[in-house]
Design a protein around this ligand. Structure first.
Ligand code: DX5
Ligand code: ZN
Length: 220
């Protein structure tokens, strides 16, 4: 049985009760904390920044998966490492020298992730796939939680899986946006290893149980 990883997205948490929501994830079957950092330039929204991340990492007991939706992410690699990020994901569309950026992330001791927008062809990652620990495939346009899942994602996952296998890489495929128990099994069947879920978890009646159910549905 495949152990699909579940990464609840803090963007959908109750910011006035952040510690409560973090403890819920600590005590749940979730695997990672997914943290969305938005700059209002790369994406049309601003989420939260360093002081909030610093407060979060004081309480977290699971890996911190930081998803940077910012321009020129090289400026902040060291900052995020110092703040306790375990994985740092940058957007393909925001990096001029992606290979160099990936090296810099690894030099700080973090796993290196690359996120791709829905319009970005997975073939563009082939030449650096061996340098990527995690591909965060956006299944919505980045910037907001609670959007509907883009169906073309399944085809892209299959293509990416082929690239990973062909190159003998061990890259994880993470799916981000509109994940629910309705599409989870099909995503894993296509090749997904990690499912990010924001609204589906936090806006449910019983988030702890929702995580258990999602993990079960996604572990084929
Ligand atoms: C979107 C973010 C996602 C978002 C997912 O820009 O990258 O991580 O929080 O939220 P849901 O699961 O609600 O689509
Ligand atoms: Zn994200």
């Amino acid at each position: 049985m495949k152990n699909t990883l579940i990464a609840p997205s803090i963007l959908a948490a109750d910011f006035a009760n952040l510690q409560r929501d973090i403890e819920m994830i600590n005590n749940s079957e979730a695997d990672w904390f997914h943290i969305d950092i938005m700059d209002g330039v790369f994406v049309p929204n601003i989420s939260f920044g360093m002081p909030v991340l610093e407060a979060i990492t004081k309480h977290t007991k699971k890996p911190i998966d930081v998803h940077l939706m910012i321009i020129d992410p090289d400026r902040y690699i060291k900052t995020f490492a110092d703040l306790g990020a375990n994985h740092l994901t940058v957007h393909y569309e925001a990096c001029t020298h992606l290979h160099r950026t990936l090296q810099a992330i690894k030099a700080e001791g973090m796993l290196a992730g690359v996120a791709i927008n829905p319009h970005t062809n997975v073939m563009l990652l082939e030449d650096v796939i061996k340098n990527i620990d995690i591909v965060c495939m956006m299944s919505v346009n980045p910037g907001f939680g609670g959007q509907s899942f883009i169906e073309h994602t399944y085809a892209k996952i299959k293509q990416l899986k082929e690239i990973i296998t062909r190159n003998g890489a061990s890259t994880l495929i993470e799916i981000d946006g509109g994940v629910t128990s309705k599409n989870a099994a099909q995503l894993v069947e296509a090749g997904a290893d990690v499912l990010v879920a924001g609204n589906f978890v936090f806006k449910s009646e019983n988030p702890t149980q929702t995580i258990i159910d999602l993990k079960k549905t996604a572990s084929l």
